[in-house]
Design a protein around this ligand. Structure first.
Ligand code: ADP
Ligand code: MG
Length: 323
C-alpha cells in the first residue's frame, strides 16, 4: 500500500543560502493509512520544522532537500497551485496555540465555512450546517452560539476543539497535530487526546502527532520517531520502542516520562545539557556530549542508521544490526 506520507532523506534549512546549516537532516520515514505516528524529542529537535515541511508550511526563505511524497506524488514536482490545493483539501494541521490556526478577528462560523471552500459541491448554507454539526461532534454545547463568537471569547480547550472541528471539516488524508495540548490543563488534555483518537477513526488517512510527552505517545500512537538535534535517532512501533529502547537518547526521554516514574513529582529528571543548534553540531554522534554511554568512537565518528528489528532502526555505535 502506498504511504500517505513518505519522506526520503529530508533536510530543511532556514535560508536560501546552500552553505547555511540544515536544521533537519536525513529524515526518512513513512506514515500509512490508519496509522498515527508520534514525533518526539526535546524542544529544538526539529519536530515543528518537520511538521511544517510535511504540510508545506515552511517560511518562504526556507528550503527543503530530499523527497516529500504525498499519496505517491512528489510535492516538489508540483506547481504552487497544485501544492496549495493539496494543502487545502488534504492536509489539516492543529497547532499548539489555536490562535495561530484561527483568525482572531473573524467569527468562528465564518472561518469554519471558509475552511470548506474546496467543497464546491456544497452551498454556503450546507457548509454552515456542516460546521454546526461538527462543533457538536467535538463536544461543544450551544454550537449555534459558538459560531457567532470570536476566538478570544473562548477558553483554550474550546478553541482547540474548534481547531479540531476545522481540521475534520477538511476530511484530511493527513492530520498533523503539533503539541496541541501543551497549553491545556490535564483534564482538558485528556479530552483533546480522546478527540484526536476519534478523529483518526473518522478520517480516511493518517495522523502525525507531535509531543514531548512520552505518555501521550503510548496512549495514542502506533509508530514513533525520535528526533534529536534535527536527526532521527530511533524509530519503530511504539510498544517495541517502549519495551526495549535502543538509543540512549530514547532511554533518557523515557526516564523523564512522568508516567514511568513511580512517585511522580514536580521535579522530573531531565537530561543534563542542551540540544546543540544546527550550526554547532558535535563532530561524531550528535548525542555523544550528553550520552552517559558514549565511548571514544562516538566523539569522532557518526553512527550509521542500523535496522534493529523489522520496521525498527536506531543510529548508535553501541548497537549491532540484528534485522
Ligand atoms: P521543535 O519543534 O522540536 O522544538 P523546531 O523545529 O522548532 O524544533 O526547531 C529546530 C531547529 O530549527 C532549531 O535549531 C530552531 O532554532 C530552528 N528553527 C526553527 N524555526 C526556525 C525559523 N523560522 N528560522 C530559523 N531557524 C528556525
Ligand atoms: Mg515545536
Amino acid at each position: 500500500m502506498t504511504a500517505v506520507l513518505s519522506l526520503r532523506d529530508v533536510g530543511i534549512r532556514y535560508s536560501p543560502d546552500p552553505r547555511a546549516p540544515l536544521a533537519v537532516r536525513n529524515v526518512t520515514l513513512d506514515v500509512r493509512q490508519g496509522e498515527t505516528l508520534g514525533l518526539v524529542g526535546e524542544s529544538g529537535s526539529g519536530k515543528s520544522s518537520l511538521a511544517a515541511a510535511m504540510a508545506g508550511l515552511l517560511p518562504r526563505q526556507a528550503t527543503t532537500v530530499g523527497q516529500v511524497q504525498f499519496d505517491g506524488q512528489d510535492m516538489a514536482a508540483m506547481d504552487a497551485r497544485a501544492q496549495r490545493r493539496l494543502r487545502g483539501a488534504k492536509i489539516a494541521t492543529i497547532a499548539q496555540d489555536p490562535f495561530t490556526s484561527l483568525n482572531p478577528v473573524v467569527r468562528i462560523g465564518r472561518q469554519l465555512v471558509e475552511f470548506q471552500h474546496w467543497r464546491t459541491d456544497l452551498n454556503a448554507t450546507a457548509r454552515w450546517r456542516r460546521a454546526v454539526e461538527m462543533l457538536a461532534r467535538v463536544g461543544l454545547s450551544d454550537p449555534d452560539i459558538r459560531m457567532k463568537q470570536f476566538p478570544h471569547q473562548l477558553s483554550g480547550g474550546i478553541r482547540q476543539r474548534v481547531a479540531i472541528a476545522a481540521a475534520l471539516l477538511v476530511n484530511p488524508r493527513l492530520l498533523i497535530a503539533d503539541e496541541p495540548t501543551t497549553a491545556l490543563d490535564a483534564t482538558t488534555e485528556d479530552q483533546i487526546i480522546e478527540l484526536i483518537r476519534a478523529a483518526r477513526a473518522q478520517i480516511e488517512g493518517a495522523v502525525v502527532f507531535i509531543t514531548h510527552d512520552m505518555g501521550v505517545v503510548r496512549r495514542l500512537c502506533d509508530k514513533m520517531a525520535v528526533l534529536y538535534a534535527g536527526e532521527l535517532v530511533e524509530a519503530g512501533p511504539v510498544d517495541q520502542v517502549f519495551a526495549d529502547p535502543r538509543h540512549p537518547y530514547t532511554r533518557a526521554l523515557l526516564a523523564c516520562d512522568p508516567a514511568g516514574i513511580e512517585e511522580p513529582s514536580r521535579n522530573l529528571p531531565t537530561i543534563p545539557g542542551v540540544v546543540p543548534p544546527p550550526g554547532a553540531l558535535p563532530p561524531g554522534c550528535i548525542f555523544a556530549p550528553r550520552c552517559p554511554a558514549a565511548r571514544a568512537v562516538c566523539q569522532t565518528e557518526k553512527p550509521p542508521r542500523l535496522p534493529v528489528a523489522p520496521g525498527r532502526a536506531a543510529a548508535c555505535h553501541l548497537i549491532e544490526a540484528t534485522a
